[in-house]
Design a protein around this ligand. Structure first.
Ligand code: FAD
Length: 381
């Protein structure tokens, strides 16, 4: 382990000593923003990781963020809003103007402001090409946005959102053009939102967001008009790795809880952890966690050294979602009836495991991607 990685471990340990799983679970139950945890991420410098020093960052790379997410999620400190914050930086760094970098990046390092991310729409779902939100260019160069975005994590709490919108209609002959990215102030006139009833006991809310003639200045477009997909794809591979780190961390957390319970729960006097029906699925889940984790850290290192990781990032996303699925599933079995009692704090991980299959992109479409790219099979959709 390098000195930098040891420093990240020390920081994570210091956070874990100051805020515990009970606090995050409580925020999840009450639908309260986890301000204390967010402040610790910021004040200890974790939020500054991965951002160059000239923009207020602490340097470091994707593997450093992966390590921090893994360690904190092992302690049950779930913080999904960290992902849009980290992932919004790569397209800004790569495609943003100098003025955009200087204005929008530094506040993401201090926690003073963060980004939400808006791609999903009620009708388009997984199919980004079908989005209906439009950005129409006015004579003065500004854009007028109309449309609706769904499931937006921590939208209202975020200062800015990275919005994906159509600047020209879908053209089947040139599928990749026509989509643009915008940095939108979430308090802009014409934006309204409503909280979605997401029953996942997450520490942040999800919103349905409505854009009604929202005016966005031309200087807030990120990258060239109609070429937003390229900028977007730059952020998707790191996002898969961040999500995978959260999945394997949570998988370990819920599995460890089940293991401790299995050592003491003894309805027939023998601890249930002695039964192979309990211990074998636990052993298999642990094996899947470590396999996913190993590939995750290898993919992160490859990304940091400039390698292409399209396949690895997608494989890691699947492996990590299977690891948390197996861990949460045996945890529910181990806890028996207590699994659905929120007091045991197992159910949130079971729900997170199901969501890990679907978001940020579903496992089925990832399998299709792997089938096409790694095996040369024909495209099915
Ligand atoms: C808690 C939570 C937080 C989220 N946060 C955000 C956010 O901050 N910003 C944001 O933009 N989005 C966010 N999302 C949305 C998330 O990215 C979408 O739910 C996800 O992309 C899937 O889209 P969908 O739900 O519309 O599913 P659909 O596209 O309707 O797909 C439904 C199912 O159909 C199957 N399917 C679909 N397409 C294919 C295919 N081509 N081949 C095979 N099977 C297929 C899959 O099994 C899939 O699960 C969030 C979602 C949740 C639940």
């Amino acid at each position: 382990m390098s000195d930098a990685q040891q420093a990240i471990r020390d920081i994570c340990d210091s956070i874990i000593k100051r805020v515990d799983r009970a606090y995050v679970a409580g925020c999840g139950k009450k639908g309260e923003f986890p301000e204390k945890l967010w402040r610790l991420w910021a004040d200890t410098g974790l939020l500054a990781m991965g951002l160059p020093e000239e923009y207020g960052g602490a340097g470091g790379q994707v593997s450093d963020i992966v390590l921090a997410l893994d360690l904190l999620h092992q302690a049950g400190l779930m913080l999904p809003l960290a992902v849009p914050n980290y992932m919004s930086r790569s397209p800004i760094l790569k495609h943003g103007t100098e003025a955009q970098k200087r204005k929008y990046l530094p506040p993401t390092a201090t926690g003073e402001a963060f980004f939400s991310f808006g791609i999903t729409e009620p009708d388009s779902g997984t199919n980004t090409f079908k989005i209906k939100t439009t950005a129409r260019r006015r004579d003065d160069g500004a854009y007028v946005i109309n449309g609706q975005k769904a499931y937006m994590t921590a939208f209202k709490e975020s200062a800015h959102t990275l919005l994906v919108a159509r600047t020209s209609p879908y053209d089947p002959k040139d599928r990749k053009s026509g989509i643009s990215l915008f940095i939108v102030d979430t308090k802009s006139p014409g934006i309204s939102s409503s909280v979605m009833e997401i029953a996942m006991y997450l520490p942040e809310k999800n919103y349905m967001v409505y854009y009604d003639d929202v005016v966005v200045p031309a200087e807030n477009r990120l990258g060239a008009e109609g070429q937003g997909l390229e900028a977007l794809f730059d952020s998707l591979n790191p996002e898969r790795l961040f999500v995978a780190a959260m999945n394997v961390g949570q998988a370990d957390h819920v599995l460890n809880k089940a293991v401790e319970y299995a050592k003491i729960r003894a309805p027939f006097d023998t601890p249930i952890g002695a039964y192979q029906s309990i211990q074998h699925p636990m052993a298999l889940a642990k094996t899947h966690i470590e396999a996913a984790r190993t590939m995750l850290y290898l993919a992160a290192e490859r990304y940091d050294s400039g390698g292409k990781i399209g396949l690895e990032a997608n494989m890691v996303k699947i492996l990590s979602s299977e690891a948390i699925r197996d861990a949460a599933n045996i945890a529910m079995t181990t806890f028996g009836g207590a699994g659905v009692d929120l007091a045991s704090d197992i159910l949130p991980f079971f729900l997170a495991a199901k969501n890990a299959e679907v978001a940020p992109v579903n496992n089925q479409i990832i399998l299709s991607y792997i089938a096409e790219r790694a095996l040369g099979l024909p495209k099915s959709y």
